[in-house]
Design a protein around this ligand. Structure first.
Ligand code: SF4
Length: 398
């Protein structure tokens, strides 16, 4: 069957043939959002080399199922997006114009052509929707809230040598996440390794950054050798909402840095994706974020250079839009729908997606106690006040 037809079978995903995601603690997954509970956990870099995992029975079976159009347990998040009318990660990578499927997928000879790397949980923030897998700063507070931590050791890493073994001139793309990529020195080591050994003019890079740290000049010089650099800029709110979510960063500093990153388009070949993880904490700020974008970035929400790309939060589920009581959901629906930003087709699609997703399930009863406990402990520890910021929408929530 042709790849064009496979792309329509509702299950086929190019990433199972050309990609691997590496998470701190030597964890490996087919992609960043594959549900780890549904993955064969023995397949990690403590036990195996990268290619042993990529050519393992788990991958072989998953490929067979995808070729038959069978749904994959671990891919729920993509199916949820597709069901509520949003283009999923699966569909976006199947149609990627940067990682062309016809150039990077051989159905009979799978080969890693691009990787996503979360090398360590070294981060300077402890954002409210995050956890110790990505920021060691969450470790102690996690214990207080959940009585356990998401990882064993406070500081965690990936075995870089095992990854360097699979980096060869087949690689077309590397995505650096974290932690905070501009705090992780190993990433510049990989850049130097690539420049010293391969033709990097055909490789493009991606940095998923929280916009608190600016890259140094010599790194910017090195980027000029690459095909282009894509910046996935965290954009989870503005002003108080940003500071409440992305603790302890300051919006004024971050705002200047976002503009700095965007100005790099004048010196290097760069592209921008503004990543917003939409939860109960920033859905109420959605139109203010858009207005900031229009004032500071572009009237367009999708262009060759920059894209506004919000997605719904699923974990932790007590911050998920579906965890609000009906009355609050209706209040947010009114706020989302009654705004001139909806005259823009792209925005109207996002608004419809978030409203559909919000009402798709009712998780209020199962999550209300956990949400209350979480807010009370984190507010106390961070000297923040949920109701000072959210009273307009969430008065009486608990
Ligand atoms: S279908 Fe979605 S969840 Fe599954 S591997 Fe592809 S991108 Fe990941």
């Amino acid at each position: 069957m042709s790849i064009e037809n496979l792309k329509k079978n509702g299950s086929f995903c190019s990433m199972i043939w050309n990609h691997m995601f590496f998470l701190t603690n030597n964890i490996v997954k087919p992609c960043c959002r594959f549900e780890y509970e549904k993955f064969d956990k023995i397949l990690n870099l403590d036990n195996f080399e990268v290619n042993d995992i990529f050519y393992s029975e788990f991958y072989k079976k998953t490929r067979e199922k995808m070729l038959k159009g069978e749904k994959i347990d671990g891919c729920k998040r993509c199916y949820e997006e597709e069901e509520s009318g949003k283009k999923s990660l699966r569909q976006r990578y199947n149609d990627s114009s940067y990682i062309k499927i016809e150039e990077t997928v051989d159905l009979n000879k799978p080969k890693i052509k691009w990787i996503e790397l979360s090398f360590s949980n070294n981060c300077n923030l402890k954002c409210r929707m995050c956890d110790s897998r990505y920021s060691y700063k969450w470790y102690d507070e996690e214990k207080e809230i959940f009585g356990k931590t998401f990882i064993k050791n406070k500081r965690s890493y990936v075995n870089l040598n095992k990854i360097l073994k699979i980096i060869d001139d087949n690689i077309v793309h590397i995505k650096f996440t974290g932690g905070e990529p501009f705090l992780i020195k190993e990433y510049e080591r990989i850049i130097d390794y690539l420049i010293d050994n391969y033709d990097v003019s055909k490789i493009f890079l991606n940095y998923n950054t929280n916009c608190t740290i600016r890259p140094k000049d010599d790194l910017i010089k090195k980027w000029k050798k690459f095909k282009f650099v894509e910046f996935a800029l965290s954009f989870d709110g503005i002003d108080d909402v940003w500071e409440y979510i992305r603790y302890p960063s300051k919006w004024k500093t971050v705002e200047k840095n976002i503009k700095f990153f965007y100005s790099l388009k004048d010196t290097i070949n760069s592209k921008y994706v503004f990543r917003s993880t939409i939860s109960i904490l920033n859905i109420v700020n959605f139109h203010q974020m858009l207005d900031w974008w229009k004032e500071n970035i572009s009237e367009n929400f999708h262009s060759e250079i920059s894209t506004f790309n919000p997605t719904h939060l699923t974990f932790p589920s007590f911050l998920n839009l579906q965890s609000l009581p009906k009355e609050k959901k209706h209040k947010i629906k009114d706020y989302l729908l009654n705004h001139k930003n909806n005259e823009n087709e792209i925005i109207r699609k996002y608004v419809d997606h978030f409203v559909n997703f919000m009402f798709f399930k009712d998780r209020y009863e199962q999550n209300k106690e956990m949400l209350k406990k979480y807010i009370m402990i984190t507010d106390k520890n961070r000297n923040q006040d949920f109701f000072r910021i959210y009273n307009k929408f969430y008065e009486g929530l608990f």
